[in-house]
Design a protein around this ligand. Structure first.
Ligand code: GLU
Length: 491
């Protein structure tokens, strides 16, 4: 048997360090067994998926030095590797499950399901589908389908007994069937849910081992059942421990930058970041801290993964990055700095912002050095505002940060519109918020156009600096978070 593993990211946001971590372990496992590693894009959520996000994920993983043998960009014998291009395959498999009696069409309206859920919650029951459409006659189903009535396809699930999931790290995990919902497999729009598409693709792509985050453990019974219904062998499952913030909570961008592009922009070396991810729950037999991908593959043993939640600690990462940087030759150092930001691609868009404002090149650093730093250091006095009290300044900053975090495409017009809307919501003009943005983003009272600067700096550094500024001003209390979050929908 050839070992085949995969990473299956959903392109719904920034390329997450957690994706790289899981990809790394899948790649090491495959390579160590002389097998193959596949990249599949799970973009069945049409609303949240985007081509930009997909591209960023591919670029970021490649920047880190990961390499897949098959994928949407490199092709392969089991394509297409993008789920949105495989609709007919899922449709056919869903019909097969209906014919074999393992799945059924469900016509329940969203209102009915909401009411059901509310009732179950009120009675302290586990919310789940109640089987309302399970026993509709074939004739009735055919009639309602012919009449064009919207419906989903759900899988049948045993109501009693216990499902035993075998996990390579955790041994047998028992989950009572009554906790497993009659999962929707096909949505009313004719697209599959994650569960159906994931199982069908893992099978058709010959995946033998599924290494993925532990948040998927509860989905494993549904997947097991689907493999059984189709009569297929199930890949071996291995649920990896989730990355955590230093306070042990699940790694989240509210507490720590989680986008790979942030670390790229900050000037981390890809080898160092990959090395650090390899230290997440895993260690070399001799416990050395610094190792290359090739060394990790050579010594890889999945059983050395420890299940205690690995802490993604930016300070530790910076320390490790320092080790790597100090071991570069002077020539490698120069190459790395150029690849980072001292290259035409990064500098060129700055020219139109700075050219008219400098007399000598040595004016560049005081004017635009903030393009090359990570943190800026604004004086708190820069946040004193003519129209806003300190609390209102924090509120404005927090709303700006949240709104900009939600922005899908990072373009000047969209950034401006977003800020404009926050300003209007606060009864202000766009220009009233400018001094705050200058202070937070450039660290200065004035500089080159701050909207252009934000567009060029990119979402990661811009948000990071807004977050830093907010912290400088005292942060947002839990109570304020609750109250201000409510405002977000109105903006
Ligand atoms: N698309 C899922 C994700 O975004 C993949 C989960 C899995 O590996 O099964 O994490």
């Amino acid at each position: 048997m050839t070992v085949r593993t995969r990473i299956a990211p959903s392109p719904t946001g920034d390329p997450h360090v957690g994706t790289a971590y899981i990809a790394l372990f899948n790649q090491c496992f495959a390579r160590q067994h002389g097998g193959q590693f596949i990249l599949r894009i799970e973009d069945t959520d049409q609303v949240r998926s985007s081509a930009e996000s997909e591209q960023q994920i591919l670029d970021s993983l490649r920047w880190l030095g990961l390499e897949w043998d098959e994928g949407p960009d490199v092709g392969g014998p089991h394509g297409p590797y993008r789920q949105s291009e495989r609709s007919a395959i899922y449709h056919q498999h869903s019909e097969q499950l209906i014919s074999s009696g393992h799945a059924f069409r469900c016509f329940c309206s969203a209102e009915r399901l909401d009411a059901l859920r509310a009732e179950q919650m009120a009675n302290k029951q586990t919310p789940g589908y109640d089987g309302h459409c399970l026993h509709l006659s074939e004739a009735e189903v055919a009639e309602r389908v012919a009449a064009g009535e919207p419906h989903v396809v759900r899988m049948k699930v045993p109501s009693e007994g216990v499902c035993t999931v075998q996990d390579m790290l955790r041994g047998d995990i028992e989950i009572p069937w009554e906790q497993v919902d009659m999962q929707v497999l096909m949505k009313a729009d004719g697209l599959p849910t994650y569960h159906l598409a994931n199982v069908v693709d893992d099978h058709l792509m010959g995946i033998t081992h599924v290494l993925r985050g532990e948040e998927w453990i509860n989905s494993a019974p549904k997947h097991m059942l689907l493999y059984q219904y189709f009569g297929w062998d199930m890949p071996q499952l291995c649920h990896m421990p989730l990355l955590r913030n230093p306070d042990k909570s699940k790694l989240s961008k509210r507490k720590n930058p989680t986008s790979i592009t942030f670390y790229q922009r900050m000037g981390y070396l890809p080898q160092a970041l990959l090395n650090y991810l390899g230290r997440m729950g895993w260690s070399m037999p001799d416990e050395r801290e610094k190792f290359t991908l090739a060394e990790m593959v050579e010594h890889f043993d999945i059983q050395r993964v420890s299940l205690g939640g690995p802490i993604f600690d930016v300070e530790k990462l910076a320390w490790l990055n320092g080790l790597w940087i100090r071991e570069l030759s002077e020539e490698q150092f120069v190459d790395a700095v150029q690849a980072w930001a001292l290259n035409p691609e990064y500098l060129r868009p700055m020219v139109s912002l700075v050219q008219a404002r400098v007399e000598t090149f040595s004016d560049l650093v005081p004017l635009a050095g903030f393009f090359l730093t990570g943190k800026v250091d604004p004086a708190p006095a820069l946040f004193e505002h003519k129209k806003l009290q300190p609390d209102e300044v924090r509120k404005a900053m927090q709303l700006l940060l949240w709104k900009l975090e939600g922005l899908r495409r990072w373009e000047k017009d969209l950034i401006t519109m977003t800020i404009q809307r926050v300003a209007e919501h606060l009864g202000l003009k766009l220009r009233d918020l400018m001094p705050l943005l200058f202070a937070a983003v450039t660290g200065q009272a004035s500089s080159v156009s701050v909207l252009d600067a934000m567009a060029h700096l990119g979402p990661d550094l811009t948000r990071y600096r807004l977050r830093q500024a907010l912290e400088l001003l005292g942060g947002t209390s839990k109570k304020e978070t609750k109250a201000w979050e409510k405002l977000l929908e109105e903006i």
